[in-house]
Design a protein around this ligand. Structure first.
Ligand SMILES: [Zn+2]
Length: 315
């Protein structure tokens, strides 16, 4: 953000359009992340920042330059604009703001910024670059990513799509899951339900039904975007086979995504699970407190029904 402000101040325009801001911000990130081996932009190795994702999608040909800039304008500024000039406690530095934001429309640069930008701009840029480098260096220590992880991640980004409306799937999923939470198997009250991606969306970048389950809002928060344990993968495979036993239109979609036989489907799903495990590394979620697959009535009922060649509909 500092480098972007310096760039923008050079045009001596007090009001900067949101588009110009987005473009300058994107250009700075693009230049930074194109330098040799791109460095991580935050400490959690399981995540990409919004800017890393946008730059990656642009580099992989998923977004045009204009689309990437638009994405930046829509998604990248919610944290950085309010926080950039309020970080730290040095009252001398933060008492005069650098800008005022008319969010989504324009950024109004203040005299305070222009005063600073009258100094040695090259030197300021180089100071900001070394700050940026320090941060990345610290983040790098938390990452032990091989190229394999990044390549796997890229495959999901290339094949992925923007988030769709998940709530439309609730009635359908209820039918095949009973009105119990996928993670803790306790009943779900009507209306108090979240649709969760078992394999985290931030990795798989899709909303395919085979990966969606109904859960308590609390269980969803507790899991966040971590990787579930093996028993939930087994449960998900069974849940999907339960759908396959029906004549629901989703059946064809799951078949297309995962395969035409139960063995193929289980294998495909495990392959995705292993890929996500490789990408996320040791970032497991153990499950809702007290959950035990042995005593999960839905899980047990499913196994019994599927073993008898039947489908369980609990709607
Ligand atoms: Zn739950």
């Amino acid at each position: 953000m500092g480098k972007t402000l310096l760039d923008l101040s050079q045009a001596n325009q007090g009001v900067v359009t949101w588009h110009a801001l987005s473009q300058a911000y994107f250009d700075n990130y693009l230049a930074r992340l194109t330098l040799g081996q791109a460095m991580p932009q935050q400490s959690n190795p399981a995540r990409l920042t919004i800017m890393e994702r946008i730059v990656k999608e642009y580099q992989l040909g998923k977004l045009t330059y204009a689309q990437a800039v638009e994405e930046v304008g829509l998604r990248a500024f919610h944290d950085v604009i309010p926080r950039f000039q309020t970080i730290g406690t040095n009252k001398e530095i933060v008492k005069d703001k650098f800008y005022h934001a008319d969010f989504g429309r324009s950024l109004i640069l203040t005299d305070n910024l222009f005063r600073i930008a009258e100094g040695d701009v090259a030197d300021l840029h180089s100071q900001l670059d070394s700050r940026w480098g320090l941060l990345e260096g610290a983040f790098q220590i938390a990452h032990d990513h091989s190229h394999l992880n990044n390549d796997l991640r890229d495959v999901y980004i290339v094949n992925g799509y923007q988030r769709t409306t998940l709530t439309a799937n609730i009635p359908f999923l209820e039918g095949y899951q009973g009105s119990t939470c996928f993670y803790c198997s306790e009943p779900i009250a009507k209306g108090d339900v979240h649709v969760d991606h078992v394999l985290p969306r931030q990795v798989v970048h899709h909303d395919e039904i085979w990966n969606l389950v109904l859960v308590h809002p609390d269980c969803n928060l507790s899991k966040s975007d971590r990787l579930v344990g093996e028993h939930f993968v087994h449960k998900l495979i069974l849940r999907n086979e339960n759908i396959m036993g029906s004549n629901h239109p989703w059946k064809a979609k799951i078949e297309k995504e995962l395969g035409s036989t139960p063995t193929q489907r289980a294998k495909s799903l495990r392959k995705h699970y292993d890929a996500v495990k490789t990408i996320l590394g040791p970032y497991y979620w153990g499950g809702s407190a007290g959950y035990n697959p042995q005593t999960d009535p839905f899980y047990r009922k499913l196994i019994t029904f599927l073993n008898n060649g039947k489908t369980l509909s609990l709607s």
